[in-house]
Design a protein around this ligand. Structure first.
Ligand code: ADP
Length: 282
């Protein structure tokens, strides 16, 4: 269904047929849709912030009122308050990231990124988190990766989000595989399919994702299970951020999952053009 707006422009002098104005119709379907999406997004973001905020205010009021000076209540409430504050802070960080990425989404990064060492650092950074859940992260193929054209800090964010999700939704006692490949057999990305790709897959053997949800996972605030995502400290923005960064890099995100068995998120990125020596971008 399409939406039209009418515009009436009076003529400076009556036309030959005596007409006094031009009425034109403008198709504003896309504009209205964008406006609605923006309004939904603001409403969602506000709601996501309001929930931890009102809980935080509730605890403060309790500690100021009925539980004033109650050391035991304080001991009990403070960790919860910290958790709510952290949730808000994560959300604000993700919202800022998203808006920054959107701003330069049309400019392909000009820097070169060394994907291998970058993956090594991301995996190292998440090792403790994995250990806490009795999980491990196994990185393979990273040594042989050619440089890609990309922004190191944004690509770091991509793999941090994907591996973090694999740890969040993976089963304790299992490992997450991070598999880097340079498929030389003609798999290509890019607008005209001409650019050789580098592929990095993040594979978990966790709960998996029901098929009907897969196409919507990269929408902002879309979650399969809201309560579970919150409980894991998720903001619902991680995959939206991943999608925007990958698209800025003229890459592709592929999601495959089987309920009860696990998921695989594969990022295809074009290799760096020419033979510039791979110097990682700041
Ligand atoms: P969140 O902060 O909720 O994790 P994301 O945007 O990163 O938000 O992911 C959106 C939703 O996709 C999650 O809430 C979860 O339902 C689902 N999801 C993402 N990664 C996985 C995974 N590895 N296994 C199962 N479900 C996942």
């Amino acid at each position: 269904e399409r939406t039209f707006a009418t515009r009436v422009e009076p003529l400076p002098s009556p036309g030959p047929d005596g007409s006094a104005a031009i009425v034109s119709l403008h198709d504003v379907t896309a504009i209205r849709r964008a406006e609605r999406m923006r309004a939904d997004f603001v409403a969602n973001a506000s709601h996501e912030l309001r929930t931890p905020l009102s809980s935080l205010v509730g605890f403060v009021e309790t500690l100021e009122g009925p539980a004033r000076g109650d050391a035991e209540a304080m001991e009990r409430f403070l960790p919860i308050m910290r958790e709510q504050a952290e949730r808000m802070s994560n959300l604000v960080e993700d919202l800022l990231s998203l808006s920054r990425i959107e701003l330069d989404e049309h400019a392909v990064p000009e820097t070169t990124a060394e994907l291998g060492p970058l993956l090594g650092r991301v995996v190292e950074g998440l090792a403790l988190k994995a250990q806490d859940k009795d999980m491990a992260i196994e990185l393979s193929g990273a040594d042989a990766l050619p440089p890609v054209q990309g922004d190191s800090s944004q690509l770091t964010q991509v793999f941090q989000n994907l591996i973090d999700n694999a740890l969040k939704y993976g089963r304790p006692g299992t490992s997450v595989a991070v598999r880097a490949e340079t498929p030389d057999n003609g798999r290509a990305v890019g607008r005209h399919g001409q650019t050789r790709a580098v592929a990095v897959s993040v594979i978990d053997t966790g709960e998996g994702i029901p098929r009907e949800h897969i196409p919507r996972l990269t929408e902002r605030f879309y979650r399969v299970d809201k309560a579970r995502s919150r409980e894991m400290g998720g903001t619902g923005l991680g995959l939206a951020i991943v999608k925007h960064i990958v698209s800025r890099h003229r890459g592709r995100l592929e999601i495959a999952s089987e309920e009860g068995r696990g998921s695989r998120f594969t990022v295809y990125l074009p290799r760096a053009e020419g033979a510039q020596t791979g110097r990682a971008a700041a």
